[in-house]
Design a protein around this ligand. Structure first.
Ligand code: FAD
Ligand code: NDP
Length: 521
């Protein structure tokens, strides 16, 4: 998709009428003419999407640079190269989730004959240190990979000076000016703080801080009820901390609500406390250094308070598009969300400027989608490809104590799209074999498959709550992407004894009203 090398002869060039894309040869050509851009591709943001795009572009022999800069959190937490996922997202989260799962495994182990002297304690600082060391090794790995692929890395905060020029500022305030033919914005997002709650920003932390705490957060209030909140509250409970989730409306908005309710129901039985239909109003610091939180309980219509060691806001994430100076160069954003508007090819409103990942409007905020979008973009820009990212049927997992994995449509979305008469939902309550000897309650181990009712009964969505939900859903996601049908799933031979095999045996429809509990082997 590169245009032929060209020289416009404009002198000086009008920035808005620069050649849209020039080949490297053109960029390094000589002559009096327009300013030559130093790089074929400049990526602003060294997270999941940005690094993937930069590395892929470098494979095509292009001259590529990446800028990455981490603004400290309001509490002063800072980290290295790699973006949200590596430093303050997927990776530390999954490792701390694993720490919590091991706690449950210790309890199970006694039923299996292990003698574990009681009481068993968890030490936050040991876990945190190990997780942080691993994250630091990933930071280093990313730097080495960029070097190996000859991608130039600048630890500067970028903002546009003109459509082909980005000004980068180091922490010390030193300026670097970088020019490029193509620019990709992949600056992700950061946790939001509520703006109308006194003490929220002063005393509260967010997920940007939690994973880097040196000491245990102690008794913790987590405000919000989506992915970040439930996952963090889940592992905090699992490692033995007194943990409360404050939920103003529904859990896991956007997910299948039957599954979401089972997730929170399990968390409650696991020990997480829930303050439902409660709205925080202020946070104050007590003499004891504890934080006193006041909230309105909408059901009781009264004000309530309690004190906590830590208050964590998990009330959503926001893109930081303001500091990029996008208005000046004409990159359009959604005025409500601040996110960058892109088309199917990740192109912004300015021809040679693209955006991928969490910063883009309407895309899933997930690492694999950011990576895939970044790679495909580089292939379209510098290879022969015209392949677009397909955002349909993206699988995901919520890593709560009992995990919830899904792909495709929720039951609500399927009903809305096709009508309830046109869909069939097959479901089952099952008991993971490993729960039996351990005498674990399996009340929330549930799965359902949402299918079209007519003709070949194409599968529209698959939802699974149970151990290793991500591992279970990943393979089925391929089938659903390939258009799998209910009869094909029933012809798939299960692997015994596993939880995943139950998917291949789903035969009770919700419509029948029959008991969906799996019995026998
Ligand atoms: P990011 O990874 O956020 O990278 C953007 C980078 O740009 C950052 O390093 C930022 O500091 C830098 N930057 C910003 N502005 C500038 C600037 N002006 N100049 C230079 N650099 C700049 N996803 C999953 O798929 N699975 C999970 O299990 C999962 N768990 C998560 C858990 C938590 C707690 C959170 C918060 C997120 C989780 N996510 C998960 C989401 C995932 O982390 C993001 O979707 C992903 O990191 C987005 O990648 P990105 O490239 O868009 O942005
Ligand atoms: P979300 O925007 O998904 O959820 C925000 C939550 O905070 C909602 O429950 C919302 O309630 C609540 N909330 C918002 N404002 C307030 C307020 N003022 N007071 C009280 N509650 C409030 O954000 P998350 O940060 O949880 O997740 C961001 C994204 O990160 C996700 O969409 C996901 O894509 C990604 N992610 C992925 C993970 C994974 O793959 N496992 C894990 C973690 C994050 P309400 O519904 O009422 O608005």
């Amino acid at each position: 998709r590169l245009s032929a090398p060209q020289s416009t002869g404009e002198s000086p060039p009008s920035l808005s009428h620069r050649p849209r894309r020039r080949t490297r040869a053109a960029a390094v050509g000589t002559g009096p003419s327009p300013r030559k851009n130093e790089y074929d591709l400049l990526v602003i943001g060294g997270g999941s999407g940005g690094l993937a795009c930069a590395k892929e572009a470098a494979q095509f022999g292009r001259k590529v640079a990446v800028l990455d800069y981490v603004e400290p959190s309001p509490q002063g937490t800072i980290w290295g190269l790699g973006g949200t996922c590596v430093n303050v997202g997927c990776i530390p989260k999954k490792l701390m989730h694993q720490a919590a799962l091991l706690g449950s495994a210790l309890k199970d182990a006694q039923h299996y004959g292990w003698n574990i002297s009681q009481p068993v304690h968890h030490t936050w600082s040991v876990m945190a240190q190990a997780v942080q060391n691993y994250v630091k090794s990933l930071n280093w790995g990313h730097r080495v990979q960029l070097q190996d692929k000859k991608v130039k890395y600048f630890n500067v905060k970028g903002s546009f000076a003109d459509p082909h020029t980005v000004r980068g500022l180091t922490k010390a305030g030193k300026e670097t000016v970088i020019t490029a033919d193509n620019i990709v914005i992949a600056t992700g997002g950061r946790p939001k703080y509520p703006t109308d709650i006194a003490g929220a920003r002063e005393y509260g932390i967010t997920s940007d801080d939690l994973f880097w705490l040196k000491e245990s957060p102690g008794k913790t209030l987590v405000v919000g009820a989506s992915y970040v909140s439930l996952e963090c509250a889940g592992f905090l409970t699992g490692i033995g901390l007194d943990t409360t989730v404050m939920m103003r409306s529904i859990p896991l908005r956007g997910f299948d609500q039957q599954m979401a309710s089972l997730v929170t129901e399990h968390m409650e039985s696991y020990g997480t406390k829930f303050l439902k239909r409660c709205f925080p109003t202020k946070v104050e610091k007590l003499k004891s250094n504890r934080l006193q939180v006041t909230w309105k309980n909408a059901d009781l219509n009264k004000e309530e308070t309690d004190s906590f060691d830590t208050v964590m806001w998990a009330v959503g994430r926001a893109p930081d598009t303001k500091t990029l100076n996008l208005e000046t160069i004409g990159v359009k954003t959604n005025s409500e969300t601040g996110k960058i508007i892109v088309d199917a090819s990740e192109a912004t409103s300015v021809p040679h400027i693209y955006a991928v990942g969490d910063i883009t409007e309407g895309r899933p905020e997930l690492t694999p989608t950011a990576i895939a979008a970044g790679k495909l973009l580089a292939q379209r820009l510098f290879g022969q490809s015209s392949e677009l990212m397909d955002y349909d049927n993206v699988p995901t997992t919520v890593f709560t104590p009992l995990e919830y994995g899904c792909v495709g449509l929720s039951e609500e979305a399927a009903v809305q799209r096709h009508g309830s008469d046109n869909i069939e939902v097959y479901h089952a309550y099952y008991k993971p074999l490993e729960f039996t000897v351990a005498e674990r309650d399996a009340a929330q181990c549930y799965m359902k498959m949402v299918c079209l009712r007519e003709r070949e009964q194409r599968i529209l969505g698959l939802h699974f709550i149970g151990p290793n939900a991500g591992e279970v859903i990943q393979g089925f996601a391929l089938g659903i992407k390939c258009g799998a049908t209910y009869p094909q799933m029933m012809k798939t031979v299960g692997i015994h004894p596993t939880c995943a095999e139950e998917v291949t045996k789903l035969h009770i429809t919700k419509r029948s009203g029959l008991d969906a509990t799996v019995t026998g082997c």
